[in-house]
Ligand binder design. Sequence first.
Ligand SMILES: [Zn+2]
Length: 334
Amino acid sequence: MGPSYKKMRVIALALDPVHVGAGGGRIGRVDLTIVRDPVTRVPKIPGSSLAGVYRTYVAMHYEERRQGNDRRPYYPNCAGLGLDEHSGHCRRPDCPVCTVFGFARGAGQEGGFAGLASFTDAHVLLFPVPTRRGPMWVTSPMALERIGKKASVEEGFVQVISKDGEKPEGNLNLGWLLLKVQDVSKGSVLSELPNSLGLPQYMHDRLALVSDSLFPHIVNSNLEVRTSVSIDPATGAAQEKALFSYEALPRSTVLVWEVIAKNPRLFKIGDQEIRLDRHRDPAGQGPEHVLEVVKKAHPYLEHLGVGGMGTRGMGRIKVIEPTGGPSAQAGGQP
Ligand SMILES: [Zn+2]
């Protein structure tokens, strides 16, 4: 039967500014704010948003590869909320979209199915900040904990990796904030991150660690804020008094989230076994096959993105993999 679940950690790099809207709520000069963690105030992408985006892209993937004798349109039917009685989720035990992401209970139909995959919120792991030394990517002990790393830094200090032969400098500005530099050249968590996460080369000696109490402050005061105009779809012209501002996570922010996949063999839909791949024996399917389905969305994230304003060149994110391949761990209890 195998393990009852398997977890996959996903690390992704923002190729564009990313705007996942909070749905109203003005903060200061910003009209369209992004979602924040209610406790830390650091912006995040809710797991429910991720699940919706993954579902859509997985449905697109299977639709593009649909064979002649497979009549179901995976996209758009199995994507979306599936609330339409006639064109909604197919709800079949051999649909990779409906089994992995679940389906709603339709009118006059049996109960819904929660789905085999669940998604945590996507959190900021590394955040780009302008400094006198050029851009630096800032993290905090709490952010590093999400990838299983332990680190600590004194309040009011910024830890950086100094280059060979370079003397540690006294102070470093992170945006408008001036912090004392603490050097951690040898064997620190910061110095092992680039390889363990598969970070792009340009970040390698540009990582910085600040305390958990400073991190939200630094992130929130260095978000991208843009101003745009609403276009009247009828005339194609800018609407009067339709100037609005919105905030976004800047390009090159590094995000982390987890996907938890349940073992399909522990579930049935109606009285039928789940077949993620209808050409494969259900007895040979485990949580790793659920993760395989989930990963079909990753190339689409890179081209179609997450969040709002996709038409304004926003939201594309690229999943990056550690040098030693993706990390997945199995366990007995979800
Ligand atoms: Zn379906």
